[in-house]
Design a protein around this ligand. Structure first.
Ligand SMILES: Cc1cc2nc3c(=O)[nH]c(=O)nc-3n(C[C@H](O)[C@H](O)[C@H](O)COP(=O)(O)OP(=O)(O)OC[C@H]3O[C@@H](n4cnc5c(N)ncnc54)[C@H](O)[C@@H]3O)c2cc1C
Length: 283
């Protein structure tokens, strides 16, 4: 297997023409495992390590751009992520282990499209858009349209992700991510929840976005639950009612990590944990 190192987006586009079965190698933490498991080796890998355009983090008045090749650790060390995107910061902090965070990239996490991918629920609640390079142009699509199912995205042969655009959250927005796994480190999530919450001055909910991971084939959002909570104070009673709605709407599966029933209860408990008054008061 050859590894080639394009330096520009145009060079990478041309490599896909010359080597149609080539695959992008970012940190390799998923790809190398996939190749070993499936046994169908691509003839060529295109490393994005020297592709400067995929290593950028840039912010303007309205949005943040994160290049697809930026590692999880680089993002954790970026003050803007900690300050303005705590929901993403929380997820990056619990993703894998230090070696995985130093190699793995945001683009790789998105393109792997695992229902347990830790950065995905945050990117859904943040309204992220994925920038895709086509043969001669570029298009941007919301993340919910980009991911089609476990391991499946809308990328066609020769297309790749250049980066992720995230709108800057409104000031005074509370956001957080929590995952339940079997251990504290190196644990794939059993269920997770990302929350973005904006309160009115009377403490009723102004805006709310909720996204659960690991409880369906893709990240799950429940607009009916968000609508139910809008305009209300997040009392224990209200959250218990919302939790019932969540449990009725989820259809998780049994697998080696947890039973469907346990996961269903977690979806409601996570909502309660992240949105309860006592937690919001402590922020
Ligand atoms: C021990 C271990 C623990 C892990 N723990 C976690 C965890 O807790 N949470 C979690 O979410 N993940 C976890 N992972 C999975 C993995 O580390 C992450 O998904 C990581 O973000 C993948 O990024 P990467 O740069 O290594 O991607 P790669 O492995 O290089 O690529 C992954 C896939 O995406 C494609 N790809 C990469 N970049 C692009 C691009 N720019 N355009 C198009 N396609 C692209 C590749 O061709 C490949 O198909 C773990 C993995 C291991 C091995």
């Amino acid at each position: 297997m050859d590894v080639l190192f394009p330096r520009t987006i145009q060079e990478l586009r041309e490599l896909f023409v010359s080597y149609p079965d080539g695959r992008i190698l970012a940190g390799g933490t998923d790809l190398l495992v996939q190749i070993r498991k499936q046994g169908n080796k691509p003839s060529t890998l295109f490393s994005v390590e020297h592709l400067a355009q995929l290593q950028r983090v840039e912010v303007n008045e309205t949005e943040l751009f994160i290049g697809a090749g930026v590692t999880h650790q680089q993002l954790l060390e970026c003050p803007i992520i900690k300050q303005h995107f705590p929901v993403l910061y929380d997820a990056l902090s619990v993703l894998g282990s230090p070696p995985i965070r130093h190699s793995g990239t945001l683009g790789g996490n998105v393109c792997t499209a695992s229902p347990a991918g830790d950065t995905l629920p945050p990117l859904y609640v943040l309204g992220a858009k994925i920038a895709i390079s086509e043969q001669t142009a570029q298009r941007c699509v919301p993340i919910a349209q980009f991911i089609r199912g476990p391991g499946h995205t809308i990328l066609k042969q020769g297309e790749f992700v250049t980066g992720i655009y995230i709108p800057l959250p409104m000031p005074n927005t509370f956001s957080a991510y929590y995952k339940v796994g079997k251990r504290k480190a190196l644990a794939i999530s059993i269920a997770s929840l990302a929350v973005m919450l904006e309160l009115n001055s009377d403490e009723t909910v102004k805006n709310l976005k909720l996204a659960w991971g690991s409880v369906g084939p893709t990240v799950m959002m429940l607009p009916a639950v968000e609508d139910f909570l809008k305009g209300k104070i997040l009392s224990d009673e209200v959250l218990a009612q919302a939790g019932e709605m969540v449990m009725l709407s989820t259809k998780p599966i049994d697998d080696i990590r947890a039973s469907a029933e346990y996961r269903r209860h977690l979806t409601a408990n996570l909502l309660f944990y992240l949105c309860s008054d006592s937690r919001l008061d402590s922020i």
